[in-house]
Ligand binder design. Sequence first.
Ligand code: XIL
Length: 430
Amino acid sequence: MSRTSTPGASRTTRTTTSTRTTTHPRRRGRALAATLAGLALTAVTATVTVTAGPAGPASAAPVHEDRTPQGRTLGDLAARHDLAIGTAVDPAALTDPRYRSIASTEFTSVTAENAMKWEVTEPVRGTYDWSAAERFMAFAERNDQKVRGHVLVWNNQLPAWLTEGVASGAIDRAELRGILKKHVQDTVRHFKGRVWQWDVVNEAVTDSYDAVDGRIGYKGFWAEQLGPGYVADAFRWAREADPKALLFYNDYNIDAFGDGGPLDKTAFVYRMVKRLRENGVPIDGVGSQAHLSTRYGNYSAFQIADTLERFAGLGVATALTEVDVRNLLPAEATSDALNPLLQAQAFDYSALLTGCLTSRHCISYTVWGFDDNHSWTNTWDFGSGPGREALAAIYDTGYQPKPAYRALQADLAYSAPPLVQRRIPQRPTP
Ligand code: XIL
């Protein structure tokens, strides 16, 4: 594929910043491999001419483009597989030029971290505020990035007028259903034709640890108020509003199947999606959030591939939608304590990507924030106290690539047929 056919060719101008090497012992193996790869690939190293942007001088300046794998962006390396590499974006952070530069060059897809959530888009009943979402969309469109719309129906980050109205009895069940339909359809129509994948329903089911009566079931505000039928309704409403967007169910802890019993969340979601498909509900994809932690054993690439393939067997696309791998912060941030964590983290990022690459229906791999400054893990409480499990991203706080970033580059560069093939194009179910 020719370089110029890649959308957003300006991505190539940043490559020199990601070629930094380190003499740290932990990198020696990779550095050697990279050097060998560099030797093998010198034939494709080229000097290209990049036309200066609006702010630059009128004359074209020659720029040395590093075509070795470690000199190429994740999005560029993944294009060969037809895989989109995404990140969650916080529009407020785009004012930081370093954040903005990486967000616009490394990734071929973006998700609004919070800007499309209901509490943000309709803080006052009947009065929409699309300003943050539109700032995000403008950024995506300027950079030719595909958009994952997040999120239409979720139990969290709902506007107070809605939850309080229901709690006080001012909004009854029939009215609530109408409010939900309006929210789904107004939002989808507002962005019609501009969103590639929508997370239509998010986190609808329990985990093994909060299962009621010893079995996984539907949980939270919407199931309590409307019953589980709201899931099918939401997909039908979204399809009416945009026939072309891919419609996803999105959840966490569905990265691998368990024993198939009543506490197996992945199996529950699998059966839910199977039933929805059998009933003609227009669901096109399953998103596995993949919020992992090096505290747990986690998964091999084989388990991830198997899970994604089993979902694909239902006729749906899959995506890894919110990947991050947090670390329980050590008492002291010494290199002895941190290096094993960074290596374990790289392994998990890599297992997820390899699993996705191996399944031809897995169409995107999105990280939930790309740097350790802007990760939700910095403040979230995962059970060990707020911010105690963090350092979850692929760039450090100084925007330097971590071992996880290098592992993703290597996976994308060194994967090839027959075991890794191009993605199969996914079409919305009517
Ligand atoms: C998180 C955001 O990253 C935080 O900034 C916000 O405070 C809470 O929500 N699953 C999801 C995401 O689907 O929307 C969540 O995002 C993370 C878990």
